[in-house]
Design a protein. Structure first.
Length: 131
């Protein structure tokens, strides 16, 4: 039987806790500017979510530069420094395996803006009965 894709509701508590710990470690590294990269030093980056694989060997790190500026440049800088982040996360969390990090752009803010724009459309407001 095929396994359904994991959603926040179906993931285990342990996966969520470890993901949150990884998020905190990466956020702390970026906040303290411990990564020696000019691009990451010049940009404020928000780590919005970390999704761990069931075996805790892979982590998808969703990031968004504040104000959405230079998103591709920031992602390239993060991907360039992946080894540094993996080593730092492995050193702080003391897990059996060091998770392989994969940095991805967080599209949830764009999706929320799109939905908000749809809901503020006069035709939709008319259908919802709002004046």
């Amino acid at each position: 039987m095929a396994r359904l894709p994991a959603t926040p509701e179906t993931r285990s508590v342990r996966l969520l806790k470890v993901g949150e710990q990884v998020r905190h470690v990466i956020s702390e590294l970026l906040l303290r500017q411990e990564v020696h990269d000019d691009v990451l030093t010049a940009h404020a980056v928000s780590v919005t979510e970390v999704r761990m694989s069931p075996d805790l060997r892979h982590a998808s790190v969703f990031v968004k530069p504040l104000l959405g500026k230079d998103e591709e440049v920031v992602l390239k800088a993060l991907r360039t420094n992946t080894a540094f982040f993996q080593k730092a996360v492995a050193g702080k969390l003391k897990l059996k395996y060091a998770a392989k990090l994969r940095f991805l752009s967080d599209e949830s803010f764009d999706e929320a803006a799109r939905i908000d724009a749809l809901l503020s459309d006069p035709k939709v407001k008319r259908d919802l009965g709002e004046d």
